[in-house]
Design a protein around this ligand. Sequence first.
Ligand code: CO
Length: 211
Amino acid sequence: MATYQEIFEHNRKWVAARTAEDPDFFEKLAKDQEPDYLYIGCSDSRVPANEIMGLEPGDVFVHRNVGNLVLNTDLNAQTVIDYAVNYLHVKHVIVCGHYNCGAVRAAMVPQDMGLLNPWLRNIRDVYRMHYDELQAIADETTRYQRLVELNVQEQCFNVIKTATVQKSYLDNNYPIVHGWVFDLHRGYLVDLNIDFEAVLKEVQKLYDLHS
Ligand code: CO
C-alpha cells in the first residue's frame, strides 16, 4: 500500500513515463474529450474502470457509486447519462457490476444498515423482482453471483428507461446499452449479452418517452 506522499512520487513518474512515450501526450489530453464509452460501475477499489478495459485517459466517461445503481431520482447518475449521451455522444453505455460486491452482499442480509438502507433497498427490490429464480438457487454463493448479474440487468433497464437514451437511439442509432460483470477471482469481464433492441422494445411498452 502506498503512503500518502508516495502517491505524488508515483504521479511524477507517471508524467515522466507518459511524456517519454509521447512528448505531446498532455497537450493532446488537454484539448478535449471524445470518449466512445460511458461506464457506470461500482465504487469498489478493486474494480478500476480504465485498467480492466485497457483504455487510456480520454477513452471512457466514468460514473461509479455503491452497487452500480442507476436511479431515476439520482440527479448525479441522471446528469452523467444526459451529459454523456447528449453532449459527448457516447456510442456505448456500460453498466458493470462485479462478483464479491459488498453492496449486493449487504442487500442479501436482513439488517438495519442506517443511512445505507434507502440505497440498498434498490438491490433488495431487484431480489424481490426475481424472488422465485433466486430462491430456487440452493448454493448461497451462486445465488449471490446471480443477484449481482440481475442487478446489472435491472440497472441496464433503468438506463434504457431514460428519455435521453431512447431519443438518442431513435435519432442516431446510439448509444447501445451493455451489461457486464467483472469476475474478481479471475480478472475477466463477463458480457451478459443483453439484447438491447429487445429490451428497448419491452421497456417502451410502459416507459416510451421518445416523442
Ligand atoms: Co461493489
